[in-house]
Ligand binder design. Structure first.
Ligand SMILES: [Zn+2]
Length: 308
């Protein structure tokens, strides 16, 4: 199926009350695991690529993988740039077939964030590419995104509404207390879902985006620790919180850390149990299967909301 813009995918989710998984990929194995699972579950999906992933894999290689999937895929999917930092990042992505870009001006002043985002929106819309903006800073560590807690802010809902109106963004990432990375909370999560609800009340047609939404499942953290890794205090967003997001306007759920953890845990276990193995196809193969299981679980969780 041809790629869709994430605007079409997210507006549909918003209207029909379900969530869409936006999964970060940076190699062939992760990409195939996500797209094959979306096909199995017959669910739309957003494939995300960060600047770090582009640096690692090369944008032309990533584009070629996606173009190949476009010919054979049986589900709607979008190719999205995660955390673009500059206008040029977004132009480069659009030139390479991305149907959706994020421009993250959240570290700028409000006015500078508005002008950068508006510039990207004006350009992207000429190519039917949708744009995700960000207002309020999401803490934690991700590729090219490193915000210490002291600087992390909860999004101000009035500012977010003003920002959306001034820029014309197609979706908006907001900070409600989640963090990037595997170490999200020292104690109990304190997520302010009311921020999303306030924005959604004023702008009911604007899809909102939750970054830092990985669950960091205990069984995978235990597996990593059992086979020589060190993720002692990793903690993610409980699934009960994710399923409570229905009706809040949040409909794009970004998942990166969970895929990394599933992939790595499986490879650690496999190599420990098969010390003679030197064939990457063996351990990458089982890692792909584990990622498929995880993505399948997520998609079922997100789609459960359809019937609530
Ligand atoms: Zn993010």
């Amino acid at each position: 199926m041809p790629l869709l813009s994430s605007k079409i995918i997210l507006n549909n989710a918003l209207q029909k009350n379900y969530l869409v998984g936006a999964f970060n990929v940076n190699n062939l194995e992760l990409f195939k695991a996500v797209i094959s699972t979306a096909e199995k579950e017959a669910s739309p999906v957003i494939i995300q690529v960060s600047l770090g992933a582009i640096k690692y894999a090369g944008i032309d290689f990533l584009q070629a993988i996606v173009q190949t999937a476009e010919k054979t895929s049986t589900v709607n999917f979008a190719l999205h740039l995660d955390h673009g930092k500059t206008f040029e990042d977004c132009v480069n992505a659009i030139n390479h077939g991305f149907t959706s870009v994020m421009i993250d001006g959240s570290s700028l002043t409000f006015n500078d964030n508005v002008s950068l985002t508006k510039k990207v929106v004006d350009y992207a819309h000429k190519f039917n590419v949708s744009v995700e903006g960000e207002i309020g800073t999401i803490a934690g560590i991700e590729d090219n995104v490193n915000v210490i807690d002291e600087n992390s802010l909860y999004t101000n809902s009035d500012e977010a509404i003003k920002f959306a109106k001034l820029t014309g963004v197609d979706s908006l990432a907001i900070a409600i207390g989640t963090k990037h990375g595997a170490f999200k909370f020292a104690g109990e999560p304190n997520l302010k879902v009311g921020i999303a609800k306030e924005i959604h009340y004023k702008l009911p047609n604007l899809p909102l985006v939750l970054h830092g939404a990985s669950n960091v499942p205990d069984y995978l953290v235990e597996k990593i620790n059992k086979y020589g890794g060190k993720l002692k205090k990793a903690k993610g967003v409980p699934e009960s919180i994710i399923t409570s997001l229905i009706g809040t306007g949040i409909c794009k759920i970004n998942i990166d850390s969970d895929l990394r953890i599933a992939f790595t845990a499986t490879i650690r276990e496999y190599l420990f149990n098969n010390p003679e193995c030197i064939d990457p196809r063996e351990y990458l193969g089982v890692a792909m299967t584990e990622v498929q299981n995880l993505v399948s679980h997520k998609i079922c969780l997100f789609n459960l909301l359809k019937n609530k």
